[in-house]
Design a protein around this ligand. Structure first.
Ligand code: HPA
Length: 276
């Protein structure tokens, strides 16, 4: 099925179940699933219920959209995202982002757990994403352009909205939560990087490495959404410590700092909402 047609089918399917107009879309990364409890829920839709929707297969990634309010901010949150390494076409990976955009969200907040590549980072740090490298995964814009969404050659000079970044800095400062900044690089996964690959990421100018987010940001910018993103640095990249890396370690760190991450997100969302 054509990408746009599939998107419209999913849109119709969600609209038939939920009558709610979200203004901010949030993608909840590893460890942030519980953030759902901080949303005053109006409705939720399991990905399974949406015909043609790519369904997440990763343990710990519950697949559903949650509609409701964070304080007074109307949001839609993805509890569980779709990853390229699960085997989906990249257009399917970003379908949920486009769907949230079409549902009315003009702002996108991306979160993830990522490996620190910058030697100054520690496990448990938060990093404001200021730019990205996405070239190790296909662009979600490959194929016929979806003219209904955006232009063929969209500008990517400021993927991460400068004003939103400034708000995050301000909010983190007020909460006295240290906020690192840097460039996120998306690799395909699902294997973690080799030490040589982590060095490559550093040479390329990345500060954090992960398996999501960058392609989502491109799709969102293509359709004119304002994007911001925060990584939880769940571990240092392979080879930067003398221990092997496990998914368990990633989840443990992400879970440990989740309460602080939630606090940052709630205050940030409020501040963003007050600014628009
Ligand atoms: N590499 C890639 N993805 C990740 C990592 C990592 O070290 N940690 C969490 N997600």
């Amino acid at each position: 099925m054509e990408v746009y047609e599939k998107l419209l089918n999913c849109l119709e399917s969600v609209r038939s179940k939920v009558n709610f107009s979200p203004k901010v879309a949030i993608v909840l990364g590893s460890g942030l699933g519980d953030f759902a409890d901080r949303i005053q829920q109006v409705a939720s839709v399991d990905y399974h219920e949406i015909e043609g929707f790519p369904v997440s297969t990763v343990p710990g990634h519950r697949g559903r959209f949650i509609f409701g309010y964070v304080e007074s901010v109307p949001v839609v949150a993805m509890q569980g995202r779709v990853h390229y390494y699960e085997g989906y076409d990249i257009q399917d990976v970003v379908l949920p982002i486009r769907l949230m955009g079409l549902l009315g969200a003009r702002i996108l907040l991306l979160t993830n757990a990522a490996g620190g590549v910058n030697f100054e980072f520690s496990a448990g740090d938060f990093m404001l994403i200021t730019d990205q490298i996405s070239n190790f995964v296909p662009s979600p814009l490959i194929g016929p352009n979806l003219d209904q969404l955006g232009e063929r050659f969209p500008d990517m000079s400021a993927i991460y909205d400068r004003q939103l970044c400034q708000i995050w800095r301000q909010v983190a400062k007020e909460l006295e939560i240290p906020l690192r900044e840097g460039v996120y690089i998306q690799l395909t996964g699902p294997n973690f990087e080799s030490p040589a690959e982590v060095r490559m990421c550093r040479v390329l100018g990345a500060d954090a490495v992960g398996m999501s987010t960058a392609c989502e940001a491109i799709a969102a910018r293509h359709m004119g959404m304002r994007v911001c993103g925060i990584s939880c640095i769940s571990n240092l990249g392979c080879g930067m410590t003398d221990r092997p890396l496990t998914h368990v370690e990633v989840n443990e760190t992400a879970d440990r700092v989740a309460p602080l991450f939630q606090k940052l997100l709630i205050c940030g969302l409020k501040a963003i909402w007050n600014s628009v």
